[in-house]
Write a protein that binds this ligand. Structure first.
Ligand code: SIN
Length: 485
């Protein structure tokens, strides 16, 4: 049972055009607590007509909202941020209940989510244009920035609040309006944010949250000529389908897709820092982030010491329900996620990997997988080719820098990469040689609102957060003023 100070933050309804809606009133989607498997609540399964209503109200709101000054838009975002901080504990409890992450991590995610509202609340005032020296004396050339229009945002279950504000805040700051489809596993965090957005003064229709069947809602959003932009975070497989479908109406698209992050430890690394960075990168959200280290590449001279220290740290982790004191690791999101991790570990073991810790389910509940350390991992094992999305460290030994780089880049993904070294020249060489959009050098925690988050290759395109994030939601219009006397 959730014990909230503000019970009204927990809504079993969608939010369409500024009104709480139960759709047709009799088709619902259950939402479960992954730590217990018990049903937490339900949200309505909206019809295509409901989604079209949300799009129409976003379009009507856009006509007015685009006229607001950047300062006025920013003020709403900043107010929304302060309301989120005021209700941080309630929001974190809702998140832990639907997502499973430990309460402290959920509180950290609320801070992370707030940071995007604050950042883009400020940036709303800085959507600058340009003046360009014209080739003819009687011309003046300027570039103005204007909002893209109605945007669709599709967010994942691993960061139920952080990914919402990372998309919605720059869109609203730029003057766009948004129809958001949260992941079916974690709709309640997004809905709670709407309660606070409304209180912060966001006009009706500027943000809708639609719940229900992913395929039907996705089709309504993608096929709409009114929706001019799609921002999606999720799997590469779904991202490819959405990208192809967006061609039908030539939408602007940003995709934050899967990753297969290498985490390289060179012989000259600081061992303490490397172990600490490995824990931060691998075990955040029980290994369920796109930027989690997926492949640990460890040089022969430091390999055994690194594995021993990391295994010791992993054995000290406390797995359990996110609301229990001292818990550092929660469950996987559902049974399918658990079975995927089991399959990858079984495949690695059958091909010669050794288990130093874990390697099996954890008794804390139905979707818990014990934190695991595997060594003797090779690139013939599926665990090095697929995104694990679970608390498993898979270690491969290498001999020299060239081999490490070849292994690291041997993936179709290109989101994040990490490496540890104390050699300055190597740090520059390796940074430049890694084919990834984000590189952590002697650092395992790279996510922040101030830096551009996004991948290359099949990890997608477009940047989220930072001063570049708002570019995804604005168009540059070239204006040529002629015959100036
Ligand atoms: C993600 O997993 O999609 C986002 C992770 C982050 O923002 O750090």
């Amino acid at each position: 049972m959730l014990k909230l100070q503000r019970a009204d933050l927990f809504r079993e309804a969608a939010y369409v055009g500024g009104e709480w809606s139960t759709g047709n009133g009799h088709t619902w989607v259950p939402v479960h607590n992954p730590a217990t498997g018990a049903q937490l609540g339900r949200v309505p399964s909206l019809t295509r007509a409901n989604v079209e209503e949300a799009i129409a109200s976003a379009n009507a709101a856009f006509a007015q909202y685009r006229q607001w000054t950047g300062k006025a838009r920013g003020a709403v975002l900043l107010k929304w941020a302060s309301l989120m901080l005021e209700h941080k504990n309630d929001l974190a409890q809702i998140m832990t209940a639907e997502q499973g992450k430990p309460l402290r991590e959920a509180q950290g995610e609320i801070d992370y989510a707030v940071s995007f509202l604050e950042w883009f609340g400020e940036e709303a005032k800085r959507v600058y244009g340009d003046t360009i020296p014209a080739p003819r004396g009687n011309q003046r050339i300027t570039v103005i920035r204007q909002p893209v229009g109605v945007c669709a945002a599709i967010t994942p279950w691993n960061f139920p609040s952080g990914m919402v504000t990372r998309k919605v805040a720059p869109a609203l700051a730029a003057g766009c309006t948004v129809v958001l489809k949260p992941a079916p596993q974690t709709p309640f965090s997004a809905l709670a944010l709407c309660v606070l957005a409304e209180e912060a003064g966001l006009p009706k229709g500027a943000l809708s949250v639609v719940t229900g069947d992913a395929v039907e809602i996705g089709a309504a959003l993608i096929e709409s000529e009114t929706v001019r932009k799609l921002s999606f975070t999720g799997s590469t497989a779904v991202g490819k389908k959405l990208m192809a479908a967006c061609a039908g109406t030539v939408k602007k698209v940003s995709l934050e897709l899967g990753g297969n992050a290498p985490f390289i430890v060179f012989d000259d690394a600081n061992l303490d820092q490397a172990v600490q960075g490995a824990i931060a990168s691998k075990f955040r959200n029980a290994g369920q982030t796109c930027v989690c280290a997926n492949r640990f590449l460890v040089q022969a001279g430091i390999h055994d010491a690194f594995v021993e220290r990391l295994t010791q740290a992993v054995r000290e982790m406390r797995m359990g329900h996110g609301t229990e004191d001292g818990v550092t690791l929660g469950p996987l999101i559902d049974d399918a996620a658990l079975r995927k991790v089991e399959r990858l570990v079984a495949d690695a073991r059958s091909k010669g990997a050794s288990v130093h810790a874990g390697g099996e389910r954890h008794p804390a509940g139905p979707s818990f997988y014990a934190p695991t350390v595997l060594t003797d991992v090779t690139d013939t094992m599926s665990i090095t080719q697929e995104e694990i999305f679970g608390p498993v460290v898979a270690v491969t030994r290498f001999t020299d820098e060239a081999e490490a780089l070849t292994l690291a880049n041997a993936t179709r993904y290109g989101l994040a990469a990490y490496f540890y070294t104390s050699d300055l020249n190597r740090s520059i060489r390796v940074t430049e040689a890694l084919d990834f959009g984000i590189v952590g050098v002697n650092e395992g925690a790279i996510s922040t609102e101030v830096a551009p988050f996004g991948g290359v290759k099949e990890s997608g395109f477009g940047k989220e957060g930072s001063r570049y994030g708002i570019d995804e939601y604005s168009e540059r219009k070239y204006v040529c003023l002629g015959n100036v006397a």
